[in-house]
Design a protein around this ligand. Structure first.
Ligand code: NAD
Ligand code: UDP
Length: 335
């Protein structure tokens, strides 16, 4: 299959590109690198079935030749990122999603939307099944992300109902793993970085708020299953129901890294959801999917990756500068 992955050089997108190439698909990765890094897909550039294109999907979006699937992952996702890029986040959820849907419509492709557990806001029911409509503050600081994703879901369903586009929506819960940016501000990357550096772990509030953390390889299997399940619209929750408080996560990270860092309490951000846990019955029954990687195992892998990242690179292999990828695939520069 030929799969277009928007946001393909981000954390999740780069793992998805890799998984699709591994099974023999051709992948076109579109990214404007506002929160992603071309380095995430640097290894894939040698693969003749991979194309990396610098593109802002809020502008026009086109790809030559047939397209079988459009996987729309482009969007800032970490709270500090979407607070820094509020208008861009709304634009990519709105115009970006519509451009990606139009591409899918023109080519008769399946469209898969990376939505989020944030559509549930600060949930009043627990755990969260897909039938729950959510509790989002439409004017709060998180709304640029939450409402953009809710709008993206609405648009995807409208394209399905009015134009017959084969859309599938996955609602992703907190996901972690290698290639998270050490300073992206998300809780796992922040705690692991702090623990390895011997700095105090910054717990927001009293740390009693909960999240359910899914390892990236598990998530990518779920997204791939949704890509392959033509005709299934969802939404389908993808997440690991093993729920932990943020304080428990901090303690687990300290144990796994053997760090002597302490814990420092910081104010709880506005509208920070108090709890999050997915009901994954739909994913189990309709996609045959469930997470397999226990949190302690996933955290060990993540910590090992962060440790390797911090190690100085040998003189002979300097880190590639973030080159304009158009120079690598000049034939795709217009896309
Ligand atoms: P990320 O920030 O690492 O990746 C997002 C990618 O999208 C980046 O490479 C960024 O440069 C790109 N992008 C943003 N705006 C763009 C635009 N206008 N044009 C082209 N590219 C653009 O984040 P991630 O964690 O990999 O998230 C990927 C997707 O999954 C996002 O849509 C996010 O909302 C969703 N999601 C992720 C999580 C999670 O825990 N990681 C949870 C819920 C939903
Ligand atoms: N968090 C924290 N310390 C940090 C970063 C985040 O305690 O240094 C908290 C954050 O306030 C939230 C939880 O960890 O309660 C998950 O935060 P993250 O940004 O990873 O995901 P999201 O809030 O989008 O679920």
């Amino acid at each position: 299959m030929k799969v277009v992955v928007t946001g393909g050089s981000g954390f999740v997108g780069s793992h998805l590109c890799e998984a699709l190439l591994r099974r023999g698909d051709t992948v076109w990765c579109l990214d404007n690198f506002c929160t992603g890094d071309p380095e995430n897909v640097a290894r894939l550039r040698a693969n003749p079935h991979f194309r990396l294109v610098r593109a802002d999907v809020t502008s026009t979006l086109d790809i030559p030749g047939p397209v079988d699937v459009v996987a729309h992952l482009a969007s800032p996702a970490s709270p500090p990122d979407y607070h820094r890029l509020p208008l861009e986040t709304l634009a990519v959820g709105g115009r970006g999603t519509e451009n990606a849907l139009r591409l899918a419509q023109r080519r008769g492709a399946r469209f898969v939307l990376a939505s989020t557990s944030e559509v549930y806001g600060d949930p009043e029911i627990h755990p969260q099944p897909e039938g729950y409509w959510g509790n989002v503050n439409p004017v709060g600081p998180r709304s640029v992300y939450d409402e953009a994703k809710r709008y993206a879901e609405a648009m995807a369903m409208a394209y399905r109902r009015s134009l017959g586009v084969d859309v599938g929506i996955v609602r992703i819960f907190n996901t972690y793993g290698p290639r998270m940016r050490p300073y992206d501000g998300r809780v796992v990357s922040t705690f692991v970085r702090q623990a390895l550096a011997g700095s105090p772990l910054t717990v927001h509030g009293d740390g009693s708020q909960t999240r359910s953390f899914c390892y990236v390889d598990d998530l990518v299997r779920g997204i791939t299953a949704m890509i392959d399940h033509r005709g299934l619209d969802g939404p389908v929750n993808l997440g690991n129901p093993a729920e932990r408080s943020v304080r428990e996560l901090a303690e687990l990270v300290l144990t796994i890294t053997g760090s002597r860092s302490g814990i420092e309490y910081r104010p709880l951000p506005v509208d920070d959801p108090t709890r999050r846990r997915p009901v994954i019955t739909r994913a189990r029954e309709q996609l045959g999917w469930e997470p397999l990687v226990p949190v302690d195992v996933g955290l060990r892998r993540t910590a090992a990756w962060f440790t390797a990242l911090a190690r100085p690179k040998p003189e002979s292999a300097p880190r590639q500068p973030a080159a304009d990828p158009r120079s690598l695939h000049p034939q795709t520069a217009e896309a």
